[in-house]
Ligand binder design. Structure first.
Ligand SMILES: [Zn+2]
Length: 454
């Protein structure tokens, strides 16, 4: 009897970790950090509820920190085995994990310098060096390539369309199959191809980030044009806290088309995120994994002025000419965008444009909900700028899109586990799958364990 334990992304969208135990092999699917609410983030510091020495391998669906960000800690706590993922995921982790370690170190330094942490001294969760060491254990596969995991189990990555390299993990054993959807992309993304059609699985673990919502059908370019034109007309700037991989490239794609069609003024566009710049490179080196041609990818990247140095980044805030500033992180939990928010959030002429899901407890969620002020670097910063969220740019399928993807199954899984959603979202998706597809579903709780005939 194989067991599946839910060690993260239950009741929340972060901290993805599922432990599959065949009796002889222990495989961790995803190894993400918790983000957002403090009570969840504290779990990043607690002992992991599994025996790291008995763990054989990690299977990684994609490079986002809430799926891969715990890996440097797993290695620091003694994990010596392989991490299997797609080639683009390996390359993106090569950028994102060291950057996350670097941000951790910077945040701890800042907290110590300005004494705004309750911990003395404040410590980073992991360092850039930890992340670089962890990367040595990565083993990349192609999509559709089959790899033996031992004890009769094998894994194959299927195209998920969520971000570059993002995969569903299909694990088979004794002619039975469990499918982990990972984060599921959209059917009509201009850059990513649609999620691969899957016809069957005995067990399904499916995400539910937008399980209770429908993305606006309004056109992203129309909304962007309206906000940019109105803001520039007032003499303000548009600050875009963006996820660095995927969203930043998608934004540049839309901005490029708006500029070409002269639907927005010829104002400066900055890509102020070294990581998004590097991610653009990874896009160009994996042309088969997305829809853009090499020349399109080059033209899209060229629409923005890149500002790699801190000095150039600070210059943007000093200059104050109407501009569009695309910077990270996407939920304003850290990164250079915090400086731009401190500069522009108090300015009623400016706009802050979020670009997708804002996890509860983040500055992004607070601002989208209409917070009058946010705390940045230990200071309360008033929010007088217009705040909007372009949810149509989301990299996650909405409830209808998830259901449509599930309708390709030619039979019901024995059990469907609904994860990676806040409680209302997971429950709403459960109800819809039960009602519309008549499948048997559960919404697991933290540390629940299911027995699988696999
Ligand atoms: Zn993701």
């Amino acid at each position: 009897m194989t067991k599946l334990a839910f060690l993260g992304a239950v009741g929340t969208v972060t901290g993805s970790k599922y432990l599959l135990n065949t009796g002889k092999r222990r495989i961790l699917v995803d190894c993400g950090l918790y983000q957002g609410f403090k009570q969840l983030r504290l779990r990043n510091w607690a002992t992991l509820p599994l025996d790291i020495n008995s763990l054989d391998a990690v299977v990684l669906t994609h490079a986002h920190i809430d799926h891969a960000g715990y890996l440097p800690l797993l290695m620091r706590h003694g994990f010596k085995g392989p991490v299997y993922c797609t080639r683009a995921t390996r390359d993106l982790c090569g950028i994102m994990l060291p950057d996350a370690g670097h941000l951790e170190e910077r945040a701890a330094e800042d907290a110590n310098r300005h004494h705004y942490s309750k911990h003395d001294p404040a410590l980073p969760l992991f360092t850039e060096e930890d992340a670089r060491k962890a990367l040595r254990q990565f083993r990349a596969l192609d999509f559709a390539e089959e790899l033996a995991l031992g004890d009769g189990a094998k894994v194959t990555f299927r195209y998920a369309g969520h971000i570059l390299g993002a995969a569903m993990a299909e694990i088979e054993r004794q002619d039975r199959r469990i499918l982990f959807s990972g984060d599921l992309g959209r059917p009509n993304d201009p850059i990513m191809r649609p999620p691969e059609v899957i016809e069957w699985a005995d067990y399904l673990v499916v995400e539910s980030t937008y399980g209770n919502r429908k993305h606006p059908r309004s056109d992203a370019q129309d909304v962007l044009a309206e906000i940019i034109n109105t803001t520039a007309h007032k003499g303000g700037s548009v600050v875009v806290p963006s996820f660095t991989v995927g969203r930043a490239q998608l934004l540049l794609y839309h901005l490029y088309h708006l500029k070409m069609a002269k639907r927005i003024p010829d104002l400066p566009i900055f890509l102020d995120s070294p990581m998004a710049m590097d991610a653009g490179e990874v896009f160009r080196s994996h042309p088969k994994d997305h829809r853009l041609t090499v020349s399109e990818a080059r033209a899209v990247c060229a629409v923005a002025k890149q500002t790699p140095t801190i000095e150039e980044s600070k210059e943007i805030d000093r200059n104050r000419v109407p501009s569009v500033i695309v910077s990270a992180s996407g939920m304003a939990t850290g990164g250079r965008v915090l400086h731009h928010l401190r500069a522009f959030a108090p300015d009623p002429r400016s706009s802050i444009l979020f670009t997708g899901f804002q996890a509860g407890g983040t500055r992004g969620a607070a601002m989208v909900a209409g917070a009058q002020s946010v705390r940045i670097f230990g200071e309360d910063i008033p929010v007088r700028a217009r705040v909007a969220n372009l949810e149509m740019l989301s990299a996650h399928a909405d409830a209808d899109e998830i259901l449509n993807w599930l309708r390709h199954f030619d039979r019901a899984p024995r059990q469907t586990f609904i994860t990676h959603g806040e409680p209302e979202a997971a429950d709403a998706l459960r109800k819809r799958i039960e009602r519309e597809l008549r499948w048997s579903c559960t919404v697991p709780a933290y540390r629940d364990e299911a027995e699988l005939e696999l």
